[in-house]
Design a protein around this ligand. Sequence first.
Ligand SMILES: [Zn+2]
Length: 251
Amino acid sequence: MTNYQVDVLIQGFPGRAICHGGLGWSTVTLIRGQGKVILLDVGAFGMRKPLQNRLKDFQIKPEDVTDVILTHAHYDHIVNFTLFPKATIWMGEAELAWAGQQPPGFNPIPELYIQDLLTNIRVQRVQPDHEFLPFITSKLVPGHTPGHLLFILNNGETNVIFTGDAAKNRAELMSGLVVDTDDAEQSKSSIDLIFKEWRSRPDNLLIPGHDLSMRLNENQQPEYIGKRKAGIKVWFSETVETSETIDLSKI
Ligand SMILES: [Zn+2]
C-alpha cells in the first residue's frame, strides 16, 4: 500500500551553459494522494510549456493543484508558483526569511517573487523535522542555500527523498562536493544526512533537483532509474524551417 502516487513531470538535467549560465532545467514532481494534488518544485519560466503539457497528460488543471512545496529560493525551482491559484505554498521559514533579506544581486534569487512570497497569504512556512502534510516530513539541509529543505515522503514500504539542490545530481552525491554552495562543509554534512535517510530502508527512491531519479544498488552506490532525455534545437541555417537538434542525453 502506498500513500501517494509519485510521478516526475520534468526530469532535471545535470549541466549548465558555458557562456550563458545556469540552464534552469530542474526537476518538477507530481504527488497525488490523501485527497491532494501536490507539486514539489515548479521549475523555471522556460519550462512553462512543457509543464503545461505534462499536467495535461495527467488531466490536471492548474486550479486542481492543492499544494506547492518548494525546496529553496532559487528561480529555477520556484517562480511558477504563480500559475496555481488555489495551492497552498509550503516553503522553509528560514529559507524565505534569508532570501527576503538579500538585496538584488547577480545570483539565482528571483527577488520580486520572493517579495510576493513574503506577504502572500497562501504561503505556509515550514519548520525542519516537521510532518507538515500527511506522510511528508522536512529536514534542514543547508549549504547550497542556508535554509534549504529536503522532503521525505513515507510511501508505505519505501521512502521517496527529494533533495532539491542540496545534492543536485549523481556526481555531487558520489563525491560529497556541491558545485555552487554557500558553505562546502555544510553541504558535505547535508549529503551525509541524505545518505543516512536514503539507506534507512531498502529501495528508497531519491529524486534530485537536476538529474534522473536514483536508487542504491547492492553496493550502496547510486544507480540511475530510467533514461535521460535532453537536447536543444538550434537555428544555424538561413531559414526558420531548418533547424538542427543537438542531443544532450548521452553527454
Ligand atoms: Zn538552487
